[in-house]
Design a protein around this ligand. Structure first.
Ligand code: NDP
Length: 286
């Protein structure tokens, strides 16, 4: 049966480095389709020196929203009309939302992580050990702190970034935060509730990377979470599952940050299962 042509499609996009089959584009377009929305989500390569003009292009062409990947998450802020409190705390924006003629910045990475974590436990009152101190760790650190975590230990390879994150969280939130240098297999304290990998260890093509943790210190009551979406089953998660820990993979965070962006742009609640299925299809899982 023929489909009536629609000449008014709403546009959203991701500015970053395109890959042949962009997982975010597949996930968002599957959700638009499932919700019966005539919206598109495009993957657009933007060089750092062209970011200002690209944001101008969003305005001129009436895009409803955009996502940003590295290296644009910090640089984009100067071209926006405002940013949310959480994005200001993190100093990074991964999602632009059009409100009238204004382009506003939000950060959905940490919120997506917390949403995913809440499928297993509420971060409120929990002792958290987080590996990493880069962009993902900053977003997760801020949102878990705002969600009422009891204590956060940042474990990082470089002292500078680790201490900078501790300072940020200590200044902006009330949660006790400490830094431990990561220089060997890390030993977890017995009372840790949630273990988070927010580093890029295990990200494709480094799929056989061994996670530097003393796995004998990992107990089956600890929740173990990894931000790596590709491949979603990492060395850390495999070992944690073998020990009997409840686990969360990086696809959960990716889906949930997408759900939040989708809601902000369209005002509609997408089905996370449809979005995860689209990602699993791209990554060839199942
Ligand atoms: P950054 O480059 O900002 O930070 C990388 C972090 O990983 C740093 O803390 C770095 O330590 C650490 N690291 C990297 N390699 C090693 C290693 N071999 N040993 C120890 N530490 C290491 O990256 P992002 O924070 O932006 O991204 C991190 C990961 O999060 C990426 O894999 C990305 O795909 C994922 N991500 C997932 C999302 C999702 O929705 N699932 C969303 C956003 C990101 P150091 O400071 O010492 O260099």
């Amino acid at each position: 049966m023929s489909k009536p042509l629609n000449f008014k499609q709403e546009l959203t996009c991701v500015f970053g480095q395109p890959i042949a089959e962009n997982p975010s584009q597949c996930m968002m377009e599957a959700a638009y389709n499932d919700c019966g929305l005539e919206w598109r989500y495009l993957t657009i390569e933007v060089a750092p020196e062209n970011l200002e003009q690209a944001v101008g292009g969003l305005r001129a062409m009436g895009f409803r929203g955009a996502n940003l990947t590295i290296p644009h998450k910090v640089a984009v802020i100067q071209y926006l009309d405002g940013i949310s409190d959480a994005a200001a705390m993190m100093g990074a924006v991964n999602c632009i939302v059009r409100k009238g003629d204004q382009l506003l910045g939000e950060n959905t990475d940490g919120k997506g992580f917390v949403q995913s974590l809440k499928e297993l436990t509420d971060p409120a009152g929990k002792k958290i050990v987080m590996f990493g101190a880069g962009g993902a760790a900053r977003a997760i650190g801020v949102e878990t702190a705002l969600s009422g975590a009891a204590e956060i230990t940042i474990v990082n390879r470089s002292v500078e970034r680790g201490e900078a994150l501790v300072q940020l969280l200590s200044e902006k939130t009330d949660v006790p935060v400490s830094f431990t240098l990561w220089d060997g297999d890390y030993i977890l304290a017995e009372d840790v509730d949630v273990v988070i990998n927010a580093t890029s260890i295990g990200l494709y093509p480094d799929v056989d990377a061994i996670f530097p943790l003393d796995f004998s210190s990992l107990k089956s009551n600890m929740i173990v979470s990894d931000v790596i979406p590709n491949p979603p089953e990492t060395h850390l998660l495999r070992e944690a599952a073998r020990i009997g820990c409840p686990t969360l993979d990086g696809l959960g965070m990716l889906v949930n940050q997408g759900v939040i962006g989708f809601q902000l742009w369209t005002g509609v609640d997408p089905d996370p299962k449809v979005m995860r299925a689209a990602l699993e299809d791209v990554f060839g899982i199942k």
